[in-house]
Design a protein around this ligand. Sequence first.
Ligand SMILES: Cc1ncc(COP(=O)(O)O)c(C=O)c1O
Length: 377
Amino acid sequence: MRIYLDNAATTPLDKEVLEAMMPYMTEHFGNPSSIHTHGREVRNAIERSRKSIATLLNAAPAEIFFTSGGTEADNTAIQSGIRTLGIKHAITTPIEHHAVLHTLEALEKNKEINLHFVELNEKGVINMDHLEELVRTYPGSFVSIMHANNEVGNVNPIEQIGELCKAYHCTFHSDTVQTMGHFAHDLQKLKIDFIVGSAHKFHGPKGAGFLYLNSNNKIHPLIYGGSQERNMRGGTENVYGIIGMSKALEIAYSNLEKDKIYITGLKSRLIEKLKSKIEGITFNGDCLNLNQSLYTVLNASMPKHEINEMLLFNLDIKKISVSGGSACASGSDIGSHVLNFLKADPARGHVRFSFSKYNTVEEIDYVADVLEDLFNN
Ligand SMILES: Cc1ncc(COP(=O)(O)O)c(C=O)c1O
């Protein structure tokens, strides 16, 4: 058996989700845009999924638009939001996912916007005073700040940021890919214009995601084509992906607290074990702060040791799948922009452990023992 601790990259599909999807890969194959019965039954299933997702998030079904995943949802919010609303300034953080960062940088390069970065401290925590200064200086900006960072797990105070954006007439988008299905989003309370979801991060299928667009806004599509998604996204829907995504989110919401407690227990256990077994280990970002970080992510820097050169390879041989995210060591190795920003030492080995409900205490103990062996020899 292999141990999978790379759940921030993707999660295994829940069996119940697969069961819900199967009929839409077999007997219910109609095109949802067709007006005959084959099409209509599939259309109805898509609309049930939309309603289910909207209900869980306390939003209206008309505010949910299906996409091919988180990247497309982020791109739609940012590119179409900025262009349709005629926005000239954007504010973000330097440690956003590339789906956000590269999109904003492309708009800046194209001279469509001026891009401003909010200051972060050495753990990657936002300086809220600086954010306030930026929105005061550039009212009406497009603010894009992720809910939780996928590499180090920092959770940003999007409730507070939403209030600030509202006060300064800014449009607020948050990349919520890493918290969707792991955190209860209440869109009646949250002052936000766009959030996004990606099914494969919460035990749903790959290639299915959605954009929440607050009904106060109207934006042009990013992908033009047919009249699907109420003219907001051309292209035949990924029907079984959508069905699987809503099922996965239903399962996630019905077990949210239970899973959170269980997974937090695994994360705390690994922190304690690693601290006691590996001298000189440190942790990146704010991931030790259990109240202000994702319970699914732990990012560690190993002490200097020759094993670091081949650390992930050695872990793989020991049947452990984790993610690296190297800090920049040379001109050819671009490394992780997040770890580089946080000034993680390139001479050390960096490991992102990310957990799911399927991990066990035995797996955590095994991983800690393997690392102890590697670093104490
Ligand atoms: C924070 C964040 N945003 C966006 C994405 C992109 O999502 P997708 O894989 O659905 O395109 C990811 C996936 O790694 C992510 O972690």
